[in-house]
Design a protein around this ligand. Structure first.
Ligand SMILES: C[S@@+](CC[C@H](N)C(=O)[O-])C[C@H]1O[C@@H](n2cnc3c(N)ncnc32)[C@H](O)[C@@H]1O
Length: 237
């Protein structure tokens, strides 16, 4: 294994803004630090599959009333975002190392305002469809976690995942409230007559319309290949 990666595995263990899931642990979700008294009343945002956490950091910097938790199973990636957050004295960002399949164990029912899926793996093979973060069992978890009226946001470079998510949400009984084919070119009308749709008010922070002001490493790589970045926002009733 690369030395740099090994160092991150070691360093991340000592960062106080990173929580590690333990197998067999049975803590109540309300006992995790993001439910501490100092954070009461803040808007809670989860970034699932956060990698190095660029979006979590960007949201936290843009709005100090947001409490962001970046979640990923890879601790060497989380290490990068967590060290940046500490370097910038950001107190409104945490990272959680766990598989997303287990998120209900870490958050209280109906306590999350926004969930961001930032460039999740599209899982192209038929037998892996169940692992897509917009497959029905994941939507069930998001519904459980979200406050009434809370929203889910997908950024992706994959047409397949974008189209799958629209269908999956509608079949599930949710409502797509914004759909952009290229967040870096708002309001396009496409050759097939499909017009970008935005039914939600957009705030003046950089989270509106797919947060085009925040570009993760993965997003930058897609842009450099000339791939457009697609965005969906949806609610789950
Ligand atoms: C393509 S990367 C995107 C990373 C980051 N969001 C970005 O925009 O650069 C997908 C990330 O999701 C994480 N991931 C995939 N499936 C996961 C799961 N089931 N539970 C936790 N993390 C997962 C991977 O470890 C990886 O860091």
């Amino acid at each position: 294994m690369a030395k740099n990666k090994l160092h991150k595995y070691e360093r991340v263990k000592h960062l106080h803004n990173v929580i590690f899931s333990q197998f067999g642990e049975s803590k109540s979700p309300g006992s995790y630090p993001w439910y501490g008294d100092g954070y009461r009343g803040m808007k809670m945002v989860l970034e699932l599959g956060c990698g190095k956490g660029e979006h979590s950091l960007g949201f936290a910097v843009a709005d100090s009333s947001r409490l962001c938790v970046g979640i990923d199973s890879k601790s060497h990636r989380i290490c990068v975002g967590a060290e940046k957050a500490l370097g910038q004295d950001l107190e409104n960002v945490f990272f959680l190392r766990v598989r997303i399949e287990r998120i209900r164990e870490f958050f209280v029912k109906h306590s999350i305002d926004e969930i961001w899926l930032t460039f999740p793996d599209p899982h192209l093979k038929q037998r892996a469809i169940k692992n897509r973060l917009s497959a029905p069992p994941f939507l069930d978890s998001y519904k459980y976690l979200l406050v009434p009226g809370g929203s889910v946001h997908l950024k992706t470079d994959s047409d397949l995942l974008y189209n799958y998510t629209r269908e999956s949400v509608e079949l599930w009984g949710g409502r797509v409230v914004a759909a952009l084919h290229d967040i870096h070119k708002n309001g396009d009308i496409h050759e097939n007559g499909d017009i970008d749709k935005v039914d939600i008010p957009v705030g003046d922070d950089n989270s509106g319309f797919g947060a085009p002001g925040i570009v993760s490493d993965f997003e930058a790589a897609a842009l450099s290949r000339g791939v457009s970045i697609k965005y969906l926002a949806f609610t789950l009733g």
